[in-house]
Write a protein that binds this ligand. Structure first.
Ligand SMILES: [Zn+2]
Length: 253
């Protein structure tokens, strides 16, 4: 399995897209989070990787939580798929229950077509095939098994383990440093961990307390612009990086 890193920024980045990725599957892409300006983000990923990163080929979108640097592009992608590139049908939209519970509350004011007290004309299901992730069992998305775990963040947020049976990706989601969370992720071949260096986020000095064999397979995203990090085994990723999940190695494309 291959991971295309589409964004590595935090909510305040002025030079990188919000932290997000695409996983290649035979059925299309699984998008992990969908920050603002997604069409520009996918175009930029196509240009920097040379790969066919087509938002019309997204099979499923996983939303870890509803902060804008992770969910701000859902509306654009919804309208794009419904009106500009309708050929692929409705993408799946996946979130854990407490996240999905407020999804339409976030989207409805700009997407339900309601005007001046009228009844809403559209609902979430008109744009997406919604599905619930579970913290108790794996859910099948485009042939991959997806497990979720609640993180420690300011709003309900999940981390992810995504496996095709041969290789497994661990995705921390936005989270404070929590040893139990990293232990849960540790069965993955490649772990993408946030390093937001702020309250409700993990800090590099905390991640550096992890065993070195674990640090070897961790790559960092959600790092603030201009953060000056000492060297560590944990490589800091850039927008447009492509990684082989099984080997946790960054490909040059
Ligand atoms: Zn967040």
């Amino acid at each position: 399995m291959r991971l295309i890193v589409t964004g590595t920024g935090d909510a305040f980045s002025n030079s990188r897209f919000g932290s997000s990725s695409l996983i290649e599957t035979p059925k299309g892409f699984i998008a992990i989070d969908c920050p603002g300006s997604p069409l520009m983000m996918y175009k930029q990923a196509a240009l920097s990787t040379g790969l066919d990163v087509d938002p019309a080929a997204i099979h499923d979108i996983i939303v870890t939580h509803l902060h804008c640097d992770h969910a701000g592009g859902i509306e654009t992608l919804a309208f794009y798929r419904k009106y500009i590139a309708p050929g692929g049908g409705r993408p799946g939209l996946w979130a854990a229950p407490a996240v999905m519970e407020r999804m339409w509350e976030r989207l409805a004011p700009s997407m339900d077509g309601r005007q001046f007290g009228e009844e809403p004309k559209s609902k979430l299901e008109d744009y997406f095939a919604p599905g619930l992730l579970s913290v108790e069992h794996a859910v099948d998305l485009a042939g991959l098994q997806v497990r979720a775990r609640w993180t420690r963040h300011s709003v309900p947020t999940v981390g992810l383990l995504i496996s095709d049976g041969d290789s497994t990706l661990g995705w921390s989601g936005d989270t404070e440093f929590e040893k139990a969370h990293v232990e849960w992720l540790s069965e993955a071949d490649l772990i993408i961990h946030e390093c937001g260096q702020a309250a409700k986020h993990a800090r590099l000095e905390e991640l550096m307390t992890l065993p070195s064999e674990l640090q070897e397979k961790i790559k960092l995203i959600h790092v603030p612009d201009g953060a000056d990090f000492p060297s560590s085994p944990m490589e800091r990723l850039s927008d447009g990086d492509v990684l082989d999940i099984k080997t946790a190695v960054r490909e040059t494309t």
